[in-house]
Structures are given as structure tokens and as C-alpha cells.
Design a protein. Structure first.
Length: 207
């Protein structure tokens, strides 16, 4: 299981359903061939450049297949990428940290009510400013409606907070939407990027 990247007082904490098998094997988050996460957060201005490029992902995959991806090399890669994210105030975690998902439609990896409650309980203490939830919209509603009746399947800012953190629904980055659905997802990432910039600027003014 991948180690989560969750330090206190992050600007943005991204939350997915569960780590997929490909990412777990390669050693870092969002490395499934269909996952557009790193592209999406760069496009939204949340990162100034691509944290993990397609060529880096390909190199990891080829190294894994050829047996040349040693533990020291993998550890250096993880350390470098983790450091880059934390310097930007960005973290990564999962609702279900018990099971590695076979794919984005793996029902066995669906978070339980206890998984969700554990996550909700941790948020106030670690105090992220924004929560970017990167899961299917319908599943998001199912998981949170019992605690937050105002939850909606509309991508973007949700009408509730967890602790002091704003909650932003971004949708799955593995199941690629098309047409208007893709535009809505890209708009949600753009809006989250603008909000993150505004909070970062406000924090710097108060230092």
C-alpha cells in the first residue's frame, strides 16, 4: 500500500477512492495508464508543471517489467515527487486504505462507512484548507449523504465543509468524460486552482 502524503495545514489534499494495482506496483499515486490526474492538476494551475510526466511513468513501467526498478531507485523517485508536492502544499490520500483496487470499477474497493468516518475524523486535526475529491460523482454522494445531506453530484465546490476544509468534487480522472462532461470537469479543476491561489496569497499576506 502506498504511503499517503498528508502533512498538517496543506493547501490542497486530494482524495481518491483507493490506490489502484498499477500505481501500487509502480510506487506512486495516479499512475494507471488511463489516469489523467497529473495532467488535470497542471491544466488547472494547481501545479506549475507536470509533477509526473508521461515519460517518467513509462520509464517506471518499463523498469518494472525488466526488473531494473530497484527499491533504492523507487525510493528516490518517491522522495523527490513527495517533496515537490509538499513544497506546493499538496497532499494525496485515499478513503479506503485497506484494499488495493483492481480498477476504477472494483466494487470490493468501495470505501465502507467506517473508512469515511475515519477520514472525516482526521481532517480537523490535520487541517487542510481544500479537499479535492477525485472519485465518481454518484459514489461521492452515496458515501457522504448520510453525514452531509446537502451533498450534490455537481462538480466543483460543495455546500458543506469537513472541519474547516472546503470540499470540492472533481470526479474520476480514470474514466474519461466527453463533451460537456469533460468541460465541467476541467472547469472544476480550474476553479479549484483559482481558489488555492487565493488562499495561498491570503496566507502570505498574513505572514
Amino acid at each position: 500500500m502506498l504511503r499517503e502524503i498528508w502533512a498538517p495545514d496543506l493547501n490542497v489534499l486530494f482524495v481518491e477512492m483507493a490506490v489502484d494495482e498499477v500505481s501500487d506496483k509502480l510506487g506512486f499515486y495516479h499512475l494507471h495508464t488511463r489516469d489523467r490526474f497529473w495532467e488535470a492538476i497542471e491544466l488547472g494551475g494547481i501545479t506549475p508543471r507536470r509533477i509526473i510526466t508521461p515519460s517518467e511513468r513509462k520509464a517506471l513501467e518499463e523498469g518494472q517489467k525488466q526488473g531494473s526498478l530497484s527499491d533504492p531507485i523507487r525510493s528516490l523517485f518517491i522522495e523527490k515527487k513527495t517533496s515537490q508536492l509538499l513544497k506546493l502544499g499538496i497532499g494525496l490520500t485515499d478513503l479506503n486504505r485497506r484494499i488495493i483496487a483492481a480498477g476504477d470499477k472494483d466494487k470490493g474497493a468501495r470505501p465502507t462507512d467506517d473508512d469515511v468516518q475515519e477520514f472525516v475524523d482526521r481532517v480537523p486535526a490535520l487541517n487542510p484548507k481544500l479537499l479535492g475529491v477525485v472519485i465518481n460523482a454518484d459514489l461521492f454522494v452515496e458515501l457522504f449523504i448520510g453525514r452531509y445531506p446537502g451533498v450534490t453530484s455537481t462538480l466543483g465546490l460543495q455546500p458543506f465543509t469537513i472541519g474547516n476544509a472546503e470540499v470540492w468534487l472533481l470526479g474520476s480522472t480514470i474514466s474519461k468524460p466527453r463533451g460537456e462532461a469533460l468541460t465541467r470537469q476541467e472547469d472544476a479543476f480550474f476553479a479549484l486552482g483559482e481558489r488555492a491561489d487565493a488562499l495561498r496569497a491570503k496566507r502570505e499576506e498574513n505572514i
